[in-house]
Structures are given as structure tokens and as C-alpha cells.
Design a protein around this ligand. Structure first.
Ligand code: SF4
Length: 454
């Protein structure tokens, strides 16, 4: 049995309650095992490396456990990169990495070393590693609510996966299949949902999030979840994701009446040619018009768009941006622009290295308000070039896509409101363009942001 253990927790988004971590801390407190929790960069601004070094310099424990807020693979990837770059601060101890979606990272040379990988949650790993720490069942919501609030998560967001993944297969989608993450026993699933909703009520959560990629895919499931929400935590605002085709007038009213504050839906692109090529199988523009017409006033609509689709022409990209700009002007409508290329597994094989994209995507690993130092920036470039998994940073962009992205960056740089709908672009500006430009010129790539951009 170790004399003391350290738990290091990385989160990109500190608004979401990490229930597994909360539960682990409650166990450790109850079992009297000496432990210390480290949350690098939490609430800090400035250099990410400096914040991590300062936080971890005092880690004295015999065993170190690392966990992440891991809502999807994309965040897990970002978290793993953070781990790689904080390893030097952790000495020669074994570092147990607890990451349920581990299968993605097995055998990645850049991520081996002293790390002991566990494809499990922190609570499971602790239960197995520490003799005498027996997991009974979940703590009462009251006990966990106390720990949650002490960890600084009062009035934050709680989330649950309630139903299996989406039955569709859009080529760009990284979240359609959550089948492996979900408890197959309906009774246990319901018990968990009740538990999380009680925790939400006790911690006065600002919002409850159904993370299901397609909440309305099986309507009866969705209405059952909302019945439970109404009986356990009435009045709690919630968010969910749904396909446009499922958001008919009746469904929108029903969601709003149950307390839905925001639905997230994918429009993807104004060009039907491009949407069809992704296998989306939705007449998105017609559907969008219907959803906008029936949108309840008290419910926001978050709409996802894509840039960088293979074959996307500059005029198509401009038309897409034009629609986004129009939507931005509507009350309660929030368009977001993401990168297809980040998740396009099937086009990775023909990859070439494009520092422009790499610089954009690196910004995702940095918590809000922080920036990467030159050393980390170069380390990340090196990692993604060496490791096949990270080839998504170097997806097969054709000339058009590079042009499109440059055009978008120019537009985003010049328009603060527009940059709100692309968090990555916003963060890139935070990452100090002069640094990005310096690295890119060392790599022989053209600079892409002008100084006046920030
Ligand atoms: S409909 Fe949505 S969740 Fe389903 S595969 Fe397409 S993008 Fe993914």
C-alpha cells in the first residue's frame, strides 16, 4: 500500500463536473489514504508549461494517477498530448494513466515510456491498485455533492450518456458510436441517470447535458429521460444533440417545455453536394428553415458547420460563411464552425504535413486563457509528425482547402464576433501568432496570420 498517492487531473473545460474524479476523491477521503489532487493550470492564465511545472514540482507521492475529463476522443487526444508534455516534471515514478477510450492510443511510440496504461476509469484503477479500497456502490448523492462543491464545481454542468450511439454514419463524425461507453442494462442506466440528476440538483448545476450524439434517435428513450429528469430534478435546464430531421414542431415544443435550454444540431454546409458526399443523408437547408420557423423562444439552437471538406471550393466556403453570418444575427441561434479534416480518418492515409492546420489544432490542447511556449509547440509538431495516430493534424488537404482555411482565418481575424463561433480560431489568436509564424517559417511554410490580427 503506498504511503501517499497523487491524482493529477487535466481538463480543458473546467465547467463540467468530472464525476469519476469526484467519486475517487470521496473514496480516498473515506478510506484514509493520504492523497493529493493536482489540477495543472486550473484557473491560471499565461504559459501552460510554466503552470504545469509549478503545479507538479511539489508532487512527492509514491504513486501517481492521471485522469482526464474525457467526453470524447478528441478531448482525450488533447489530454494525452498534455500528459506527454508534462512527463518530464514527474520524475521516475510509475504513472498510471486512466483513460476509458484507451484503445485509440495503444502502441503509440510517442506515448510509451514510464506510463502504465489502463483502459479504465480512475475509480476502477484505484479500486484494483489499492488494497482495502473496495468499491461498494456509488456514494449517496449527498456525500458526492459535498466533495463536488469542495472541488470547486458548484453550479457547473453535469452530463450523462443515456442512449446508444447514432444509427447514421456521416463520414466526418467522431461521436456517433458511444455503444461501448454505455451501460447495456437499462435498469442500471436508469439508476445512474437518477443519481446524476440528484447530484445536479444538490450542486445547483447550471445545466444537465445529455451527451448522446442523437438524443431523439429513439424518441421514446428521450421522453423517458425527460420524465425522469422532471421527477428527480424538476426545473433543471438541460441540453442535448439532435438531428435536424427529428426537430419537428412537436418535438421542439416538448423539449422546451421540459426545460431544454439548447439543442445542438449539425447543418454542416450550405453546399448540398458536399453534405451528400459525407453521407449525412439530410436535406439540411430545408430542414433548417423548418427548425428556425418553429424554434421556441426560450430554447437556443447551436448549429455546427464544417470547413475544409475535401473538394470544397472557395466560392462554396464563402457561401457557407455567408449563411453562418446570417444565422449569427438571429436571436438564440449560435453557429459553430469546425474542421472536417480533424476527424476525417479515411483521408488520413494520403496525408501530407501542413503546419497551418497543425498550428490551428494544437490550440485545442491549451486551456482557455493560456498559451504554449515555443518548446511545447515544437514538441507537439514533432509528436504529430512521428506518430501515425496524430496524422489527423496532417490530413490530406488539397490546395483548395488550404486556400479556404486561409480565407477563413483572415475573416475570423478581422471580425471578433465571427471568431466567437470558431473556438479554435479564437484560441489560435491567443497562441500568439508571431510564435506560430516563426515556427511555420522554420518549417518553410508561408506565414498565415498578420500581426494586426490580435
Ligand atoms: S447524424 Fe450526427 S451523430 Fe449521427 S453520424 Fe451523423 S454527425 Fe454523427
Amino acid at each position: 500500500m503506498p504511503r501517499e498517492i497523487a491524482v493529477i487531473f487535466f481538463a480543458q473545460d473546467d465547467r463540467v463536473v468530472p464525476v469519476d474524479l469526484v467519486e475517487a476523491i470521496a473514496w480516498l477521503e473515506q478510506s484514509g489514504i493520504r492523497h493529493k489532487l493536482y489540477m495543472p493550470a486550473r484557473g491560471k492564465r499565461g504559459s501552460w508549461r510554466q503552470a504545469v511545472a509549478e503545479t507538479l514540482s511539489g508532487v512527492q507521492a509514491d504513486e501517481v494517477f492521471v485522469c482526464f475529463l474525457n467526453e470524447n476522443h478528441y478531448l482525450a487526444t488533447a489530454s494525452l498530448l498534455q500528459l506527454v508534455f508534462c512527463a518530464e516534471f514527474l520524475g521516475d515514478r510509475d504513472i498510471h494513466v486512466c483513460l476509458p477510450a484507451l484503445s485509440l492510443f495503444r502502441g503509440r511510440p510517442a506515448l510509451r515510456g514510464r506510463f502504465v496504461w489502463h483502459a479504465k476509469k480512475l475509480t476502477q484503477v484505484l479500486g484494483e491498485r489499492l488494497d482495502g479500497l473496495k468499491k461498494e456502490r456509488l456514494f449517496s448523492p449527498e456525500v458526492l455533492a459535498d466533495v463536488t462543491v469542495r472541488l470547486g464545481y458548484r453550479r457547473q454542468i453535469l452530463s450523462a450518456l443515456w442512449s446508444p450511439g447514432c444509427g447514421h454514419s456521416c463520414s466526418f463524425c467522431f461521436s456517433r458510436d458511444n455503444g461501448e461507453m454505455i451501460e447495456p442494462d437499462a435498469g442500471i442506466r436508469q439508476e445512474k441517470l437518477v443519481f446524476l440528476l440528484e447530484l445536479a440538483r444538490l450542486t445547483e448545476a447550471s445545466c444537465f447535458k445529455f451527451r448522446d450524439p442523437d438524443f431523439l434517435g429513439v424518441p421514446a428513450n428521450a421522453w423517458e429521460a425527460l420524465r425522469i429528469l422532471g421527477s428527480v430534478a424538476p426545473g433543471t435546464a438541460f441540453r442535448c444533440n439532435a438531428r435536424l430531421e427529428d426537430l419537428n414542431r412537436e418535438a421542439l415544443v416538448r423539449l422546451a417545455d421540459a426545460g431544454c435550454s439548447q439543442v445542438f444540431s449539425g447543418v454542416e454546409h450550405v453546399s448540398m453536394r458536399l453534405v451528400e458526399a459525407t453521407g449525412k443523408q439530410e436535406k439540411v437547408l430545408g430542414l433548417l428553415a423548418g427548425v428556425l420557423a418553429h424554434k421556441p423562444r426560450k430554447m437556443d439552437l447551436a448549429l455546427s458547420f464544417l470547413a475544409g471538406l475535401p473538394g470544397e471550393t472557395l466560392p462554396e466556403a464563402k457561401d457557407n460563411l455567408c449563411l453562418i453570418r446570417k444565422l449569427m444575427k438571429l436571436k438564440g441561434v449560435k453557429p459553430y464552425l469546425g474542421y472536417y479534416v480533424l476527424f476525417a480518418q479515411e483521408v488520413r492515409s494520403g496525408a501530407f504535413f501542413d503546419p497551418l492546420l497543425a498550428c490551428l489544432n494544437f490550440s485545442a490542447i491549451v486551456p482557455e486563457g493560456m498559451f504554449l511556449d515555443y518548446q511545447d509547440y515544437c514538441g507537439l509538431l514533432k509528436t504529430v509528425r512521428e506518430d501515425a495516430f496524430f496524422s489527423f493534424f496532417a490530413a490530406a488537404l488539397n490546395r483548395n482547402s488550404a486556400e479556404v482555411i486561409r480565407m477563413l482565418l483572415r475573416e475570423f481575424s478581422a471580425d471578433a464576433c465571427l471568431s466567437e463561433c470558431m473556438p479554435m480560431a479564437r484560441k489560435l489568436l491567443l497562441l500568439r501568432p508571431e510564435l506560430a509564424n516563426r515556427i511555420m517559417s522554420e518549417l518553410g511554410a508561408p506565414t498565415f496570420l498578420c500581426r494586426g490580427a490580435v
